[in-house]
Design a protein around this ligand. Structure first.
Ligand code: NAP
Length: 432
């Protein structure tokens, strides 16, 4: 029996420790020699051309690292950026990292910033995790010896997004993580439901709830762009759970209906605006928010970038905040600064989430208070199609990927909690 087979069969820790770690493993990767793929033909940087699945060399865990067998993973937008080689090829990150840790600087980049699986090897310095533990991963890869990590891991000078700025990510049968990335798998979820949450849910949590984010209060009106997307699907839940009033922006009647099923009563279809980059459209959007909720948003949840940022700054309430973690439509934003300073608004940059924030989010998920937004599941061999769906915005919520898990629906341990939460809630995004 191979180590992977033993994991799938639910073997005891002693058996997992006895079985040999293979020299290579199946993974979704980019090839360094394909970095120029889109140079001649930039019209459609189709990620299916650059995202491959095949065997790659197995890394050796360092003292503070853990090797996990991955049962399931998920697509994040950073995999789309990586596979387009935008804004820069991620091999540049690996080369830089390779100066301190040569293991990462390889001609293949194994992607993926989310995973759920089973610990199969631990480095000598790892204390809190053991072979056989069922885990999910948090995406911030930081050096625990940096003093600032005690304050906020996201301020660490060497902070890296795992599986984006490091090698050996989660879209694979095995993955290498720091022990300080691990969290206990929520027991009521399947492998694919457990794997899809952490990057987006924790990022949304820090943006909205975290001490360094917008610090949402009860009753705050929160405008969320992409409200049924990867980040937005968790953002809406966090606003509702924290007593806020979400106003969700989406781009289709189907997404609007999904938002209403989630309990978001105020919905704006952005397709009614031809172009959101001019003040006329900003005024219309602001008027629409006031018509729906009677006041301006205390918080605008931003990640959409160039095409929306001017509107976000405009519609935020006097003294309100625009909290941003990304720029899907372009990162050189233009906005009218008069609207910012005259009304004492704030722009807050946010990135990922520290280990404690990830722990807090995982607790909410584990208690059945925050739910997966999984909408579709692909086998690892079809990961390029999964990433293509996200690239083309054909998805809602999260798109899952099965690695070693032989089928969907496996991995649930707490059936009582699952029944209390309810299949309707857990599968809400599955029906579109
Ligand atoms: P996603 O699943 O693709 O969702 C994004 C949503 O944004 C879509 O559902 C779409 O909704 C909306 N959207 C796309 N283009 C838009 C546009 N031009 N104008 C208005 N809305 C638009 O992606 P995600 O996982 O939520 O990530 C979103 C962005 O945040 C990405 O750029 C990602 O790299 C970044 N991000 C950053 C961090 C971090 O830690 N810094 C973490 C996670 C994600 P509708 O079409 O329904 O409007």
């Amino acid at each position: 029996m191979t180590l992977a087979e033993a994991v799938v069969a639910g073997a005891e820790p002693a058996e997992l420790e006895r079985l040999e770690v293979p020299a290579t493993y199946r993974a979704a990767y980019l090839s360094k020699d394909e970095v120029g793929t889109f140079e001649q033909d930039a019209a459609d940087k189709d990620v299916r051309r650059t995202l491959h699945v095949g065997e790659v060399p197995m890394p050796e865990p360092a003292e503070d690292e853990v090797l996990i067998a991955v049962l399931a993973s998920a697509i994040n937008f950073n995999t789309v950026w990586s596979a387009m080689f935008e804004p820069i090829p991620t091999f540049a990150f690996l080369e830089r990292f390779g100066r301190t840790d040569p293991r990462h600087d390889l001609p293949t980049h194994v992607l993926g910033s989310d995973a759920a699986g089973v610990v199969v090897r631990t480095g000598r310095a790892v204390r809190r995790w053991r072979v056989g533990d069922r885990v999910v991963t948090s995406p911030a890869y930081v050096d625990g010896e940096d003093p600032v990590v005690q304050h906020d891991g996201m301020l660490a000078a060497d902070l890296r997004a795992w599986g984006f700025e490091t090698n050996f990510g989660g879209l694979a049968d095995f993955a290498l993580v720091k022990a300080t990335q691990l969290l206990a798998k929520p027991r009521h979820l399947t492998w694919e439901e457990a794997a899809c949450n952490m990057l987006c849910a924790s990022t949304a949590y820090r943006m909205l709830v975290g001490e360094r984010g917008a610090r949402m209060k009860q009753g705050d009106v929160v405008l969320l762009w992409g409200a049924t997307g990867g980040l937005g699907g968790y953002g809406v839940q966090l606003v509702l759970g924290g007593g806020g009033i979400p106003v969700g922006v989406v781009s289709s009647p189907e997404k609007a209906a999904l938002l209403r099923r989630m309990g978001c009563a105020h919905v704006i279809d952005r397709t009614q605006f031809d172009d959101l980059t001019g003040e006329k459209a900003w005024r219309r959007l602001g008027a629409e928010v006031r018509r729906l909720v009677g006041e301006d948003p205390a918080i605008v949840f931003e990640h959409t970038g160039k095409e929306t940022f001017g509107a976000s700054v405009y519609v935020a309430a006097r003294g309100g905040s625009v909290v941003t973690c990304g720029s899907s439509s372009g990162y050189a934003h233009a906005y009218d600064n008069r609207h910012l300073w005259m009304k004492l608004k704030r722009i807050i940059g946010s990135h990922g989430a520290n280990y404690q924030e990830c722990h807090e989010v995982n607790r909410l998920i584990s208690l059945g208070l925050l739910h997966p937004t999984l909408s579709a599941v692909y086998p690892l061999d079809r990961v390029a199609e999964a990433a293509r769906a996200v690239q083309l915005n054909r998805h809602v919520g999260k798109v899952g990927v099965l690695a070693l898990a032989p089928a969907e629906g496996l991995g649930v341990e707490d059936h009582d909690l699952r029944a209390r939460v309810g299949e309707d809630r857990l599968r809400m995004f599955r029906s579109g």
